[in-house]
Design a protein around this ligand. Sequence first.
Ligand SMILES: [Mg+2]
Length: 271
Amino acid sequence: MNKKYKKCDIIKYDVFLVDIDGVVWRGREPISDNIEGLKRLIKLGKEVFFVTNNSTRSRTVYSVLLEKLGITVDENHIITSGYASVLWLSKIKPNSLTYILGEEGLAEEAVKAGLKLVTRSEALSGSAEAVIVGLDRNLTYSKLNAAYKAVVDGAIFIASNKDPVFPLEKGSKAPGAGAIVAALEACLGREPDFVAGKPNPWMVEIAVGKKVPTGTVIIGDRLDTDILMANLAGVDSILVLTGVTSVEQVNRVEEEIRPTCVLQSIKESFD
Ligand SMILES: [Mg+2]
């Protein structure tokens, strides 16, 4: 299939940073070949972290959902872009008055990190010190306006991630947090102060610390997030073809986003 890539020797790695959308699920549909492979890695005593740009669910919720698939992982081994955003903000400005343009999971992480949430009307009246933008499937003009006004009034502008789309069932896609961030960039005329999620190696640092242990590998389905983050962090990477990337794309990829190796699924590496 991929003559340009060497065979994946997955067993040689000890620490796995695994993406979720397009690896564990496509929309609500579990990807059984990857799930089976992950269970085998855990059984072998490998350390597995889940690293996702999806901010709509909290780490607690992910831990419960993964358990239902037979993957037992505590929330300290789950890093969402929402958690990465609130962690960064809490470090530079603890207990910030924060306007959340996002869903429940992001708000939950913010509160847990000690940030003080402000309402839309408080954001409009200039009381927000920070705005965090994640995927919001109930986006309205009024929410966008509140985030815009808050940043114009001096709030720190944080994007959970800039993924333009995310994968759903049967190969379809839907607009991602990046589409909402782009709307704000358009009216503000500038980029966010910080983009917490992949490809920022900040996600890797949260999982394993600044000095990445040898034997660490990142598994994901996206070249411009999972694989780019791995390359920026100087870590090996495995692209799985279960999500948004096709074989054709991976065969003509430039150096910056070239994975170490490519698999149809994680299970394939055990066959
Ligand atoms: Mg993915």
